[in-house]
Design a protein around this ligand. Sequence first.
Ligand SMILES: NC(=O)c1ccc[n+]([C@@H]2O[C@H](COP(=O)([O-])OP(=O)(O)OC[C@H]3O[C@@H](n4cnc5c(N)ncnc54)[C@H](OP(=O)(O)O)[C@@H]3O)[C@@H](O)[C@H]2O)c1
Length: 290
Amino acid sequence: MTASPATLVIGATGTTGSRVTARLTARGHLVRAASRRAAPVGGAGAVRFDWYDPATHEEALRGADRVYLVPPLTAADPAAVMLPFLERARAAGVRRAVLLSSSAIPAGGPAVGQVHQALPGLFDEWAVLRPSWFMQNFTGDHAHARDIREQGTVRTATGEGRVAFVDADDIAAVAVHALTAERAPDTDLVITGPQALSYDDVAAVLTEVTGRAVTHRKLTYEQLRDHLAQSMPHAFATVLAGLDRAIAEGAEDRVTDTVERLTGRPPRDFRTHVERALARAGGADHGRER
Ligand SMILES: NC(=O)c1ccc[n+]([C@@H]2O[C@H](COP(=O)([O-])OP(=O)(O)OC[C@H]3O[C@@H](n4cnc5c(N)ncnc54)[C@H](OP(=O)(O)O)[C@@H]3O)[C@@H](O)[C@H]2O)c1
C-alpha cells in the first residue's frame, strides 16, 4: 500500500503557514511542516527546510504532491532561489503550487512577482495569493505591534490612505481551498478584509477595544525610510516606505469578494480580530498573537 500524498507547507511556523498547517491537519491531510528550525506545528510532521540550503530540499519534498510557498523573506531576488527548487519539486511529483505573494505585487512585478509570472509555466495546477496587509501586524510580532505595545503609537507614511486589512485566518482558509479543491484556481487571488480602513481608523479601534490610547503618527516618506533604515538595510527600508507611499496614493483602497466566494463565509472585520486577539491573550499585551 502506498502512503497518501502530503502537502509540503514552507514557512509552517509563520503567520500564514501555521494556520494553513492547522487547517489541513484538522481536515485529515498529511502535512510536512517545513521551516529552518523544523519546529513541530500541531499534528503535522516537521521537516527541516532552508531556501538557501539545497541539501534540505529533497527530503522536504519526499511524498509531497502539493506545496504552499512562503518566499524567502528578505531576498532581493527570490526567483533566483525559488525557481530551481520549483523545478526540482515538479520533477519530484509536485503537481499543485500555491504561492504567497502580496496585493502590492502584480505578476511580473519586482521580487516575488517574478516567481508569480513563472508559476503557470511550471505547474498545471496553481494559485498565487495576493493578500492585503495582515491584521496580525497589529497584534503579532510585527514592528507595528511592538510600537503599539511599547509606545502606544503606529508610525506610517500612509497619510489618510486606506487598506482593506485581512486576517491571516482568512488567508489560510483561501490557501487551503486553493490547495485542496478539486480544481485549482489557476489564477491570482487578491485577498482583503471586509472594509478599507485608514491607520487613524485602526488606531481608533485599538484604543476602543484595548482601553489603551493608540495614536497614528503620520511620517513623510523620507522620515519613515530613515526610521526603518536604522534597523534594516537601506534598500529594504526604501521599498517598505514606498509601499506606504502607494497606500497614501490609494493603491490598497479596495475590497474583494475572494474570501466569501472561495470559503463560503465573509472575512473577519478588524474590530472582531482585535477583540479575539485580546480575549486569547487574556487582555494583556494588547492582544498579542502569532
Ligand atoms: N505582513 C503583511 O502585512 C503582509 C501582507 C502581504 C503579504 N505578506 C507576505 O507574507 C510573507 C510572510 O509570510 P508569513 O507572515 O506567513 O511568514 P512569517 O510569519 O514571516 O514567517 C516566516 C516563515 O518562514 C520560515 N523561514 C524564514 N526564513 C526561511 C528560510 N531561509 N528558509 C525556509 N524557511 C524560512 C520561518 O521559520 P524559520 O525561521 O524556523 O525558518 C517561518 O515559518 C512575506 O513574503 C510578505 O511579503 C505580508
